[in-house]
Ligand binder design. Sequence first.
Ligand code: HEM
Length: 444
Amino acid sequence: MFFGLAEGVSYPTIAATLLFAYILVVAIRRRYFSSISDIPGPFVASFSVLWEIWSIIGGHIEFKTIALHEKLGYFVRISHNEVSVSHPEGVRKILLNPIRKADWYKVMALLDHRFQTPMSEVDPKMRVERAKNVAAAYSLSHIIKFEPYVDGAISLLSKRLDELASVSKPVEFDKWFNYMAFDVIGEVTFSNAFGFLESGKDLGGSIANSRVLTLYVTLAGFFYSFHKYTLGNPIVNKLNLMPQQHIFDTTKRAIQMRQKNPDVRNDMLSLWLQQLKEYPDRFKENDMYGVVNATVGAGADTACLKETWRLHTPVALGLARVVPKEGLTIGGRFFEPGTKLSIHQWVIHRSKESFGEDANEFNPSRWLEPRGQAMEQYYIPFGAGYNSCPGRNLARLEVSKAASTLVRDFDIRQVDPKQSWTYECHFTAVPYGWPCYVTRRGAL
Ligand code: HEM
């Protein structure tokens, strides 16, 4: 028997209706029949990732997540399969527990899946294995050897500030700190500064473009399968189509220049090249390129000190892990296997329960008071557990020296004293548009 289409009904109409019905069923199932249906959160988050995507694009996911926790409590459903956790047990049970990372991290194989790094590896055991290949380069005993080069970059920065001061030109610190961070990471990784401080310019547009790249990568992590077959595809990358990949071109050029440099030191790259030679079966050339890209990308983002890192934490996206097969109980609430649980560092760092009633205030002396010691367990600017930041030694060295030198040597005042600090949080908190006048202390 043959059924024809009713008059006025076309195949596209039927396809659209079926698609709509499918989306509706999925949304209803996620909203009402998921193991986290009872957890409060924005309506749109109960059936999609749209709340997270929209908040990341908006540039202030950190304050939105804090506000939700203040209103709704320890657990907030921020997407159909992710719960943001602010319970004091969260750091220990989610980050210090060696459980799988969320698939979002897979996007951190940059430019594409051939360049795996410890960051992109979601399995904790494999991540630890990968990290072993590169760990020595980040160790304090290795990093400390680069102190003279950090000092050199700070002196050059001071010289540039003197030049700007002499013509009363406002200083855009966000740019100059970025230049310094790039040059330091160049010295530590390739035995050569990139030349940002020397030229006083964003060479090749690397810094401006890395903002676009960061936003793209942060969003693409939520749609990894799609990214992998589109812009994260090796063919697309060979054609140079990855959005704003200038930073990787800059890194590639730095590696090429280093090969011609007769004066290379025992830099990070030399340790990784040695590893490549000694363990070719477990550390391959693409792994090395991946790690170099991750180090330059992460290392060039550095900003300020302990209380500042608490109040203005550089990473502004929840660190997400996946509940293991035996499930996980936090604060008396059981979470089923496969649920994504994330720790948002801004939420943890501004918790009044952990940091006191003055949690939203800049009060460095909290760390010197008796309560300071108990606060340490909730202080996680560099993450915590097996996936914590390997670059923390360099970050601490560089930021402590730069901040203290600048505060010692310069008077700094805003061009517009009433302007509040401006920054955007997509993946990291990136300051912009906050010009200041500087004058050398003691100068007439
Ligand atoms: C203020 C400065 C910095 C802060 C606050 C910071 C913080 C972080 C955080 C929170 C993570 C992710 C942890 C997670 O996903 O669980 C991370 C990862 C990472 N950071 Fe940093 N970082 C800083 C500077 C640096 C520097 C200077 C370098 C390079 C020398 C660096 C290299 C990395 C790398 C390679 C990863 C990937 C970690 C992995 O192996 O999985 N970071 N960082």
